[in-house]
Design a protein around this ligand. Sequence first.
Ligand code: NAP
Ligand code: MG
Length: 496
Amino acid sequence: MSDNQAAASEAVQAFFKRATGSFINGDFRAEGNSRDIIDPSSGEPLATIAEGNKELTDEAVALTKASFDDRRWRDLSPAARERTLLRFADLVEQHGEELAQIETLNQGKSIHIARAVDVGFSVDFIRYMAGWTTKLEGSTREVSIGMPEGTRFNAYTLRQPLGVVAAIVPWNFPMMIALWKVVPALAAGCSVVLKPASETPLSVLRLAEIAVEAGLPKGVFNVVLGSGSVVGTRLAEHPDVQKVTFTGSTAIGKQIGHAAVEHMAHFSLELGGKNPMLVLEDADLEKAVNGALMGGLLNQGQVCAAASRFYVHRSLHDEFCQRLAGAVDGMQAGPGMDPQAQVTPLVSQRQQQSVLAYVERARDQGAEVHVGAEVPSQGYYVSPVVISNAAHTMEIAREEVFGPVLTVIPFDDVEEALAMVNDSELGLAASLWTDSLAQAMHLTPRIEAGTVWVNTHVTLDASLPFGGFKMSGLGKEFGPEAVNAYTELKSVCIAY
Ligand code: NAP
Ligand code: MG
């Protein structure tokens, strides 16, 4: 056991022994091929789980469907469902340190991020969504149906839960992104089967246990483990799944959409971005630099909304880059459980190699690459990288890297910069940095992104819809839009 693992609480150690596989109808399922779950700071196993297969996926869907068909959850009063979700939030908060440690050990992230974001934001998010349980509404309609003559009509719409929801999530915020799907689906009255990423199944297994403890009827929220190609594919194509909600890569998102359309399942796709930060000549440089460090390096850049290409007015470019370089030079590297560590490992060796290869190709293409503080040789670390004077046409400025790489591109003219900002297939989020209200008002409507921040980056709130334009996806998470997206709208027309 590494020092990182030894720092975990007894509750966490006990959970790693107890979590043996998929969690279905309230029980762990230990049958199937085993897989070691790795601590990315050491490469050592944390736990061993059994992976599900197609048969187990079918069983999980059947049991999820049974829980929907016998109405054990959706027919509870809205107030009773709200109370259950609020109890769930309370228990997630009470077990917050345990959940944060599980996330840190499995994903690699800083324990501070795990506490504040993965747990803290999630607790607020669950409470916010719980409130919608009692606030779903349809509307009455004034219809003008003229026949048979003398007949009168009353018409209205009803919002009803869709049914079985399959949620497929990535490894960057394993628990939090799962909750972004599971909780609004439960608030709407749906039953859910969740597939986490193969690398990071542990925190959602603990969540599923906690949900049962909170009073969620068994079978309403199941977790099936296993590979995307087997379990994920089966969930997307399963005829009893009414909605597939996915976060991950664009390539897989497209496959999921195709599979869902085959059986007319609803689907929503959150597919990451290549998010620009546009720093105008009149921006507050200090704030912009801090915003870049936070927006670009949070979770080591493994954030779908991370800032990764920085269009900086030429008059500020050199100082902006120098300050970023100074900041990354001064960062301390170490495992996520080390409270001093600012540079923590990436999730996997595969992701580490992928990010390092992007940086090498950028160097080969003539980019000015500055590498920050030294990192341990053991574990999947990548030292933060600042690339200055980059060209907008370089691969590093165009593709989603999903790592701690900040690529800075100078510009002279705002219109030219706006054209580069919008010259991307992706459009998840963007930020604009300026002290001019007029520039902010002028530019925000013209930026092609689902979220535009001004003088801030990567600041999310449960109330504010989140989701991409263009190839960054389809559909919105957060806000009432998220809950409504797990409902079917029924029209009722009554003649009297
Ligand atoms: P991914 O391959 O799209 O995986 C996301 C989820 O989909 C995982 O649970 C994965 O399972 C599952 N999956 C894989 N193939 C599937 C299939 N054919 N059918 C159904 N589900 C399938 O993404 P990734 O491998 O984690 O990361 C690749 C890139 O995606 C990253 O480098 C980044 O650019 C992007 N990404 C975006 C976000 C975001 O927040 N939008 C998050 C993470 C990654 P397995 O784990 O078993 O493969
Ligand atoms: Mg994958």
